[in-house]
Design a protein around this ligand. Sequence first.
Ligand SMILES: Nc1ccn([C@@H]2O[C@H](COP(=O)(O)OP(=O)(O)OP(=O)(O)O)[C@@H](O)[C@H]2O)c(=O)n1
Ligand SMILES: C[C@](O)(CO)[C@H](O)COP(=O)(O)O
Length: 232
Amino acid sequence: MSNAANLVAVIPAAGVGSRMQADCPKQYLSIEGQPVLWHSVSRLLAHPRVSQAVVAVSANDPYVGDIQWPVDKPVHVVTGGKERADSVLAGIRYAISVCRADWVLVHDAARPCLRAADLEQLIATSMSTNIGGILAVPVRDTMKRSDNGAISATVDRTALWHAQTPQMFPAAELESALASALTAGATITDEASALEWAGKQPLLVEGHADNIKITHPEDLALARFYLQQELV
Ligand SMILES: Nc1ccn([C@@H]2O[C@H](COP(=O)(O)OP(=O)(O)OP(=O)(O)O)[C@@H](O)[C@H]2O)c(=O)n1
Ligand SMILES: C[C@](O)(CO)[C@H](O)COP(=O)(O)O
C-alpha cells in the first residue's frame, strides 16, 4: 500500500448485544466514563495512517449522536444491517463511495482494548506485502469437539488461531468478495472468511489475548481492567 493510500476504519456497531444481557447494546456500556464504542473508535483514529471512521449503527440508534469523539478526524455514521456482515458491507460501501477509501480496517465496536502496537503491526504488514490480514492469537487450550455435550474428539490445536479484529483489506477487493459471498449464501462471520471464499489467503498477524470482544457479562470488568493497564 503506498503512503498516499487512503486507509479508512469501518466499525460494525449495529448489534443488540443479546449475550451481554444488558439494558442497552454492549457497545454503549460505559468504561472509564466513555462508551465502549468511543474507546474502540478512538484507538483506531489515534493511528496517523487512519484518515477517518465509518460507524455502522442500527436504524434509529438513539445513542451514537451523543458521543463526543476525541479527535478531529471525521466520524461518519451509517445504518447497519441484519447481520454483522451486512453492517460491514454498508460501512465499506460508504467508505469507498464517500471517503474514497483505498483500504479499510474493519474493527468490532465491542473490542475496546486494541493495542496501538498491534494496530501498527497489522497496518505495516498489510502495507509492506500489499496483502490484507487480521490480528489473531494462537489457541492456548486443548480443543475439544462435542455435538451432544460429551467429547467426541480432541482437535489438533497446533495450527489453530483465534481470529480477532481489526481486519485490513483493499476496500474494493473486500467489497466484491463480501457482496459475492453473501449473495451466494455463504456463512461469513469475519472479513477474512469472505476473502477465503474468494480463494485468497489473508495474512495472520499475531496480536494479544487482551484484545477481547466484549460478549458476555463477565467481559466488561475484564475490559475495564485491561483499559486501566494502558497497554500499548
Ligand atoms: N447486525 C449486526 C450484528 C453485530 N454487529 C457488530 O459486530 C460486532 C461483533 O458482533 P457481536 O459480538 O456478535 O455483537 P452482537 O451481535 O451485538 O452480540 P450478540 O450476538 O450477543 O447479540 C459488534 O460490535 C456488533 O455491534 C453489527 O454491526 N451488526
Ligand atoms: C469478527 C470476529 O470478532 C472475529 O473473531 C467474530 O467473528 C465476531 O463474531 P460475532 O459472533 O459476530 O461476535
